[in-house]
Structure formats: structure tokens, C-alpha cells
Design a protein around this ligand. Sequence first.
Ligand code: FAD
Ligand code: ZN
Length: 468
Amino acid sequence: MTPLIERLHALVGEPGLITAAQDIAPYATDWRKRYFGKPLAVVKPASTTEVAAVMRLCAETRTAVVPQGGNTGLCGGATPDAAGAQIVLNLSRMNRVRAIDAVSNTITVEAGCVLANLQQAAAEADRLFPLSLAAEGSCEIGGNLSTNAGGTAVLRYGNARDLLLGLEVVLPDGQVWDGLRGLRKDNTGYDLKQLFVGAEGTLGIITAAVLKLYPRPRARATALVALESPAKALRLLSHIQGACGDRLTGFELMSAFCLELVAKHFPATQLPFAEAHPQYVLLELSDTASAANLDAALHDALVEASEAGLVLDAAVAASEAQAAALWALRENIPEAQVHEGKQIKHDISVPISRIAEYIDVTDAELQRAFPGVRMVTFGHLGDGNLHYNIAPPAGSDEDAFMARSGEASRVVHDSVVRFSGSISAEHGLGQYKRGEILRYKSPLEMDLMRRIKAALDPQGIMNPGKVL
Ligand code: FAD
Ligand code: ZN
């Protein structure tokens, strides 16, 4: 054992330390298998006190620390470099729900609590914790906050940042900041907790959080709507919001090609329409009042939308099973993409009102530059956020196409900026988009970020090589 590993062992004991290469491997690779790191060790502390002790040691020895939760991030943010000197600090053992206050509608949890378990704990208290994403069975709340995760209920409840009331953070020098306040109102200076949200582990270790809870919906109504174009989908969004208010919880766009891929790679898929249509929207309403009211509201809103010429066809789920089948169409897209082959992926946002125009303009630019590419466009239309992915032309050489990823992403991202958008709507920067962001953020904005980083982490030991 090296002296550092011996000292780590003394702090976290046998259950908290992994050093054998084969045991380290799952912690050293990202979910997409794009980055392969080689850490000195994986450290899994069991308490905030242990995290603080580890950070004090790392500060003393100038050891770089890569925080990690469920390791489902999509930008390589939780993967160490390959030099063999960094440690992965994995929070998964800190997975307790510390408290639930049903009157204040708050829950206090440790960073390593798996998102699905947190949702379950809220449900057991007859409350809703609304953050929801396809990785919820393995991602952890510390990771969700550190990436400011989005998902499918942002339209109504906001992203991770909006659900946060208080935070406990271990700073790079090992000091513990107890900001675990469950207050709805607190105007006492800078909102420090929000600095750590979306920071991707570059400023400190989130060890616990106080989060908002909501009344648990009693009713849910789900529909798949076929439409001519994203422009019609935008008009449908305004229409449903007008008719149903904030009961509209999710509004997801999927192009015809997305559903084609799902049907191809999931043969059991049943599409609710006899013929294919250019675009689809999966929408969901939820309410704490009765199901009958909600079904009637959805029905009336769709009839009006149809009369206004917005809708080609619509299928309303008549049961929970049918609702799940409609959601499966949306949720199976990423895996269908994997089966189909390599694609150039983007996670972009533009102002909601401009998203249809963005798709038209950028699709056309891409077709000029790469004739025959197939667009796998889907995502959270209600948030102005698209997973705007490019599949190679049918029958073409996949690797030759992927070799031109940089060029294709340049077209997509330059267009995003012309539309006043962002090149990362929900997945963060990590190591994947760390270089790319330099092209799009102003030097002043980058300078402000670097100054904050230097103030909190003057030794630069927190997740080096990520974000900045
Ligand atoms: P990790 O991957 O472990 O870490 C992510 C980043 O946070 C890293 O930079 C890491 O260093 C840092 N970090 C982790 N824990 C801490 C901590 N306690 N303190 C400080 N820093 C920390 N994202 C969305 O926003 N919306 C989606 O709809 C969505 N869908 C997804 C679907 C799938 C199938 C997958 C695989 C991913 C999806 N994601 C989505 C990506 C999303 O970022 C992650 O799922 C999740 O938010 C990350 O949580 P994690 O615990 O896995 O974090
Ligand atoms: Zn998404």
C-alpha cells in the first residue's frame, strides 16, 4: 500500500476503500463507455465526517478528487483521468433519508440516495418528489443536483435546481458547510447553494440536501398526438397550457423516424395509429383532483385542437397499462438509437417559441452539408430542449460519418447560438463539451466562472479537467 492509500484506509476502513483493478473498473468508465480512467483508488465514505476527513487529507497531499454518484452522467464528468493519481469519491454509501416534514413539504436526504428511492420515500409520505428521468433507478440525488438534471416533468416542476431548498457541502479544504435549511424564504445574501448545482463536482462535495415535495397527484391522463410539424406542436403546447394550465406535466416531441426506430428494435411495440405521421407529441396531465375531471379536460382540449387543425390523430390512454405503453415509445428511443448504430448526439435548448424554426433551419443546413442524414429529433419540447441527433445516411459508412462529428456539431451548435440557445440543456459539460463551450460563452462569463472556481478550490483538486 502507498502511504496515501494507508491513510485513506485509516479514515474509511475496509468497506470504504476499493483498490483492486478489477473492482475499480466499473467506477472508472462512463455510462456511454466513451472515457476510460485509471484512479489510484475508489473511496466510499459512510458519513459527512468521513467525507470531510478524506477531503482534508486530499487537500494536504494535493490529491485530485473526482466525485461520483450513480455514474450515469452522459458527459464523462464522473470519470477520472488515466494517470493513476486521482481518487474517485463515490457517495453511494451515504444513502439515508434523514427527515421528511410533510407540513413544510420537505425531505432531507443524503447525496447517495438513489432517485427512485427518494421518489418512493416521498410517496410513502403521500407526497410527490417530481424529478423523473430514465436513469432514476441508478442515478443519485447528489449527481442530479451536480448536473442540474432535467427529465420529463420540468415543464411543471422545474429542474433539479428548482427543487432545492438547502445543501450540505464538504469544501475542498475539508470544511463542512451546513446550509441544510428548509426555508421557502431566505434573503440573507448570495444564494450559495445554487453555486454547487450544475457545478459537476468542481467546487465541493454535496453530501446532503433539503428538497421540495409536492402534493401527490391522484389522476394522470396521457395521450399520443400525431401532427404535421413541430410548428403545429408548438401551437398545441400553447393551446393545452391555455386549456389545462399547470396540470400539463409533460410535453415530449418525437419525429416519425424516432418511432420507426423504436418499432424496428422493439418488435413488441404497438403503435396506436394505422398510418405513420410526420411528428408526434406525448403529453401528460396530472391533478390532485379526480380522474374524471382530468379526462374531460384532456378530451375537450384535444377536440378543440383538432377543430383548430392542429392535430392529425390522437390516442388517449384508457388505462395505466396503456399510458405505460405510450411512455415506452418515448423512453425506448435512446436504446433503439444504440441498436441502430452510431449517431452524433446533441442536447440543445433554444427559446421555446423558436424551436420549430430552429429544427427547420438546422435540418436544412445539415442536409446541405451531409446529404441524406437521418434526424433522430426528440425531447422536451415544453422546455425548449431537444435531443437533436444525427444518424448517418442509410447504407453509408458509419465510421467515415462519425469521423465528421466535429463538423456536424459545429453546424448544430453555431445554429443554436444564432437562436440564442445553449449547447447543453440538461447533460452538462463534463469533459465532453469542456472545449466546445469556450467557443460559445463570452470571455467575461468564462472569467467569472474561473474566479469562482479559484475562490472555492484554490489548489484545483476538485474534479480537474471538467467544465473549465
Ligand atoms: P454521476 O454520473 O455519478 O456524476 C455526474 C456529475 O456530478 C459528475 O461531474 C460528478 O463528478 C458530479 N457529482 C456526482 N455526485 C456528486 C456529489 N455528491 N457532489 C459533487 N459532485 C457530484 N439527464 C437529464 O438531465 N435528463 C434526462 O432525462 C436524463 N436521462 C438520462 C437517461 C439515461 C438512460 C441516462 C444514462 C442518463 C440520463 N441523464 C439525464 C443524465 C443525467 O445527468 C444523470 O442521469 C444524472 O443526473 C446524474 O446522476 P449520477 O448520480 O449518475 O451522477
Ligand atoms: Zn432529456
